[in-house]
Design a protein around this ligand. Sequence first.
Ligand code: ADP
Length: 432
Amino acid sequence: MSIPGGRSSHDVTAVQTAARVIELVRDLGECADSRQVLVTAGRHYRQLFGDFNVAALLLEIDRPGHWMALALESPYTPSWGGIAHHQLPKMTDIDEIVKRLGKDVSERLVTDPVLRPRLVDAHDPHWCCDNLVAVRLTALLGSPCRSYMVIPWRRPQDPDGWLLLGYSESRVIGDDALDLFATVGQVTSRLSMYPALVNYIARTEKVNLSLRRNLVHDLKTPLTVIHGYAETLVHEEVIEDKEMRAECVAGIIDSCDRLLGDLKDILEPMQSDWRPQYAEFNVSTLIQRVVQAERHTERSQHHKVTMEGTDIPLMVEGDPRKFRRVLENMLSNAVKYSPGSGKTVHVSLTHDNLAFTVAVKDEGIGMNEIQLARVMNDAGRVVDEELGIEGSGFGLESVRLVVEAHKGHLTAKSAPGRGSTFSVTMPRHRPV
Ligand code: ADP
């Protein structure tokens, strides 16, 4: 068929498709975070490839053979149990989203005789319809689909993966459609890196700033002590008094050791190759010590700090120095974010054979759902500046890093004006 101007309908379709791809590139370029990339790409794919039932990412995360699947819910059909777009956190990286929200399908995928050659061993785009592959993919992703288009999801330096579109009806997918999907999928995977990079840089800057603030704060006390001893040392009567001199020098050495220890505690957990220094310790005693120390601080003078479950010894394996920091952080936050007087902060210890949980409950300002999600996922502060509560927004991030390095997890509940409870659950024994 010809249309005025001499263009065939085929040309018109090609021009329209090209225009849509350009629009996709432009829209993806404007995305500020990974969630927007996934939502925007999904919207364009729907225009280009018709109404799919599921869009899914299947990525090999962390180590070879460890596959995670993230099935995205279609905004047009009732949920089949995937992740809805609005549930996607604004994380810096799509891999991170898949890692946190995806389902671990490693064993099923790696041992599956039908899917393995298609998804683990091969790297070429393909499609399937009403055959065993489609049935297995449906089972793997949990979405009722009869046909799929599958293309590689590749980014420089990142592990391999697949991007899938699944349709509830049988479809024969032409080579042109598969080629086009491979191209726009590749564009999407590349462009999805940019918001991640920008956010990464912003986050690094933020961490950098908080680190400097933390360092200044942590260095001030021991440096003041060292300064005091040094000043005393230059007095003539001290120079002549051997015992006093020895005391001052011992004080300086002690403060220097503490300083070096503090520096290590702050910096180490941020290094990707950091591993906890495991030792056996009594977590009940550790909590008692941290609570005692907190009760003596100025900020706790108008608060009551209570304990429960710490009167019997509980031996656990972990890094006691770093765990102490975790407790100090949770406890100081609980007091700090409960301005006023007469408030109680309650620390409880519970355990079973495998794990123990320390929960720190306060009656402070609390947070709404969105604020809580932000501090738990994005690292940062959500506190109203007018309250004048100082902080770096980095403490909780370092708590999470330490807890996760022990294969434990950090959880929190909170309600505005009614307080928060932060809990860490850790294995009692060193994971093998
Ligand atoms: P800070 O910002 O004081 O250094 P963190 O980095 O430990 O604190 O925590 C990150 C943010 O989480 C805080 O800035 C605050 O907004 C919120 N937060 C942490 N603990 C509490 C709490 N117990 N109550 C209310 N908000 C809290």
